[in-house]
Design a protein around this ligand. Structure first.
Ligand code: ADP
Ligand code: TRP
Length: 321
């Protein structure tokens, strides 16, 4: 069945292999068969501390990541959230059907608020409602994201239900799509998910040069050789994705025998990750800012057609014309 797919990533720094394996890689596959919308969540990103002077560069950088990873504007709609005023408008309407108590349960809000005590702004709290607007605007049936976003997609389904109950059937409830690697772990604290907020040495960025990948992996936390520690398991999971099956099998056998040599595993993984993203790095360097601007502008025009229709329908239903 052809699905309507929507997802977005915040332009707030480089993408790491967790972002890639948890979402971007899946986007590239999905565009082949489905109606897809992939956007840059720039309005979301201003709810966290940021430098206004860098924001445009971050939007361009993330769009280049999308394109270099293989998103094709002929096969999917790529746009920046702020280029359409409809998202924030629909979010306001959804605010008026969303109980505050539902937002108070959001674990990402609690996490972010505890990290950003000096700036617990309303946007940080309301963020999942804007996310629901992003998704329901295109009547998406499926949302490809990492596990950390499940609660937000669940809230989206609840908001769809609240709205439909009050104003009549309008929105379908989207499902969440996970990859088989929905939670890549940090290199230095492997009990936590890889996240740029932990720091650069916790992450392998997809445009890291081979030397950087090697030195970060050399410092990754493992165990004494039985492959049972979470850090070791994380590296074995990565070998499974980035290396040949034979190589993966060899390291699994070594770990079962209790004599896994981590220096060997790390060196192999560094070479294979660097190789995997070689083409990506080359393509990314070739994409100009002008290419990006044109793609975002065309994408906004396409997305806007659907967004205008949805918003017209919603306004009629809620009695605002
Ligand atoms: P970060 O935690 O590094 O700031 P984001 O919150 O910007 O990452 O996540 C962007 C996308 O990547 C989301 O779909 C998210 O679910 C996914 N993602 C983030 N971290 C991981 C991870 N460690 N493993 C798998 N997917 C992830
Ligand atoms: N909240 C997502 C994140 O931090 C980004 C996002 C915003 C999103 N709107 C969305 C993801 C809609 C999927 C669908 O990664």
């Amino acid at each position: 069945m052809k699905e309507i797919i929507l997802s977005g990533i915040q332009p707030s720094g480089k993408l790491h292999i967790g972002n890639y394996l948890g979402s971007l890689r899946n986007f590239v596959e999905l565009q082949k068969q489905h109606e897809c919308y992939f956007f840059i969540a720039d309005y979301h990103s201003i709810s966290e501390d940021y430098d206004p002077k860098q924001k445009q560069a971050q939007v361009i950088e993330l769009t280049r990541d999308y394109l270099a990873a293989g998103l094709d504007p002929k096969k999917c709609t790529i746009f920046a959230q702020s280029h359409l005023s409809q998202h924030t408008e629909l979010a306001w309407i959804f605010n008026c059907v969303t109980p505050i108590s539902y937002l108070e349960r959001m674990t990402q809000y609690k996490d972010k608020a505890s990290r950003q005590k000096h700036n617990i702004n309303m946007g940080l709290f309301d963020y999942p409602v804007l996310q629901a607007a992003d998704i329901l605007m295109y009547k998406a049936t499926a949302v490809p994201v990492g596990i950390d976003q499940d609660q937000h997609v669940e809230l989206t389904r609840q908001i769809a239900r609240f709205f439909n109950k009050r104003f009549g059937n309008t929105f379908t409830e989207p499902k969440t799509l996970h990859t088989d690697t929905p939670k890549v772990m940090s290199l230095l604290e492997p009990e936590k998910k890889m996240s740029k907020s932990l720091g650069d040495n916790h992450c392998i960025y997809i445009d890291d040069e081979p030397e950087a990948i090697k030195s970060k992996l050399a410092k990754a936390v493992t165990d004494t050789g039985d492959g049972k520690g979470v850090g070791a398991q994380n590296l074995l999971d990565l070998i499974k994705i980035f290396s040949d099956k034979k190589i993966h099998d060899k390291f699994v056998n070594d770990s079962n025998a209790g004599n896994l040599k981590y220096s060997e595993l790390k060196a192999q993984l560094a070479t294979d990750i660097a190789e995997y993203f070689a083409d990506f790095r080359k393509k990314k360097k070739e994409i100009s800012n002008n290419d990006v601007k044109k793609i975002l502008s065309d994408g906004a025009t396409k997305a806007s057609k659907v967004a205008t229709q949805t918003l017209d329908e919603v306004r009629k239903k809620i009695g605002i014309r």
